[in-house]
Design a protein around this ligand. Structure first.
Ligand code: SF4
Length: 354
């Protein structure tokens, strides 16, 4: 263990074998080194943006066991929004100050690929400066499979129709055995990474998530992070890594023991230490609670996502994020944690320092 501490003190890259030992360290040792790394990269800045999440349909051809959002027997309320409805939400969001629209849907087999993509063109025609973050790698894979398009064709269409960046969803846990148990049939790990690689090769940026706290073990989380680190070494296209805390309600995974705050904070800190080549670690408050996300800022995280305005996916599974956060509240909370609130755009350019 002494060697590992010395390695952390040196600030040098951790070998894969060293990364697998990180969970053996206590929370405060991990937090100390993760916080040093965070401060070196970002000082006291805590980033957030003004965004709005829109989830246009919850009808899904896939059956991920952790999912409470898609319509199924525990959540029997299928919906699909028309483009007019989506545009009305976009209009309201822009009036409320949103600079980014984050659009993620279930895999609806009853729609055309045009329904998925043409909305981006409509948004861009009216709001050319509004950042459109849309279509996870899981959606890209679904559109490809369902409509007989190659990944390249889907990705080129995304760019043609106005998608600016890709969200990091659908990664869950890359380990193939765990994946087979929690989201069999959805995009495979290799394909998830291949899709992001193709996106990065076109000069575009994306994020990467990890869903943790269900049936996976710490070693699977480390393996997940290392696969992201390897791709990032090749492409440098990931802006942020987002560990998502598993939400337990209304789904079909049997988890006997739920994670506590220590495990969540350890995972944040370890993400910062392993992913030395990813600029930002996001504490996505919609899954961790806003209070724990604030604490996570001292354990390696530097970004809190955004005000969200409305959130459907995590709140369906029990998260308290359904109606987003007021910006004033957000800023006050960051300030009271002793950090400097920085409003950023979707590419992490600073818009305003509060
Ligand atoms: S996580 Fe996504 S792909 Fe899986 S069932 Fe839910 S909506 Fe469908």
């Amino acid at each position: 263990m002494i060697n590992l501490i010395e390695k952390l003190q040196s600030g040098d890259r951790l070998e894969a074998s060293e990364c697998f030992k990180l969970y053996d360290l206590d929370l405060f040792t991990l937090g100390k080194f993760a916080n040093l790394k965070r401060q070196k990269l970002h000082g006291k800045k805590a980033f957030f943006n003004l965004n709005r999440h829109i989830n246009p349909t919850n009808i899904c051809a896939d059956v991920c066991k952790f999912c409470a959002f898609s319509s199924h027997r525990k959540n029997p309320n299928p919906y699909i929004m028309s483009h007019d409805e989506i545009m009305q939400i976009v209009e309201k969001s822009v009036e409320n100050g949103a600079k980014e629209i984050h659009i993620v849907s279930a895999h609806n087999p009853n729609t055309s690929w045009q329904w998925y993509l043409e909305i981006f063109k409509k948004i861009k025609e009216i709001y050319p400066n509004l950042h459109v973050k849309a279509l996870t790698a899981a959606e890209v894979d679904f559109l490809s499979r369902h409509h007989g398009l190659s990944y390249d064709e889907v990705i080129d269409k995304m760019i043609e129709y106005g998608v600016d960046s890709m969200p990091g969803g659908g990664a869950e846990i890359f380990d193939e055995d765990i994946r087979a148990k929690i989201c069999k049939g959805k995009v495979g790990s290799k394909n998830w990474l291949e899709i992001h690689k193709k996106w990065h090769e076109r000069g575009r940026l994306s994020n990467a998530t990890m869903l943790f706290g269900h049936i996976e073990e710490p070693k699977h989380r480390i393996d997940h992070m290392l696969r992201i680190r390897d791709l990032q070494d090749m492409t440098n296209g990931f802006n942020a890594f987002i560990p998502l805390v598993y939400q337990k309600d209304n789904n079909f995974i049997k988890v006997s023991k739920f994670m506590g705050s220590v495990e969540i904070l350890k995972t944040m800190a370890i993400s910062r230490l392993v992913l030395d080549n990813v600029p930002h670690i996001k504490a996505y408050w919609a899954t961790s609670t806003i209070n724990l996300a604030m604490v996570a800022q001292e354990f390696g995280a530097d970004d809190l996502d955004g005000t969200i305005q409305k959130e459907s996916i995590q709140s369906a599974a029990g998260a308290k994020s359904a109606s987003g956060m007021d910006m004033r509240n957000f800023i006050d909370l960051i300030r009271s944690s002793g950090l400097t609130p920085v409003e950023r755009d979707s590419m992490y350019n600073e818009i305003k320092v509060y």
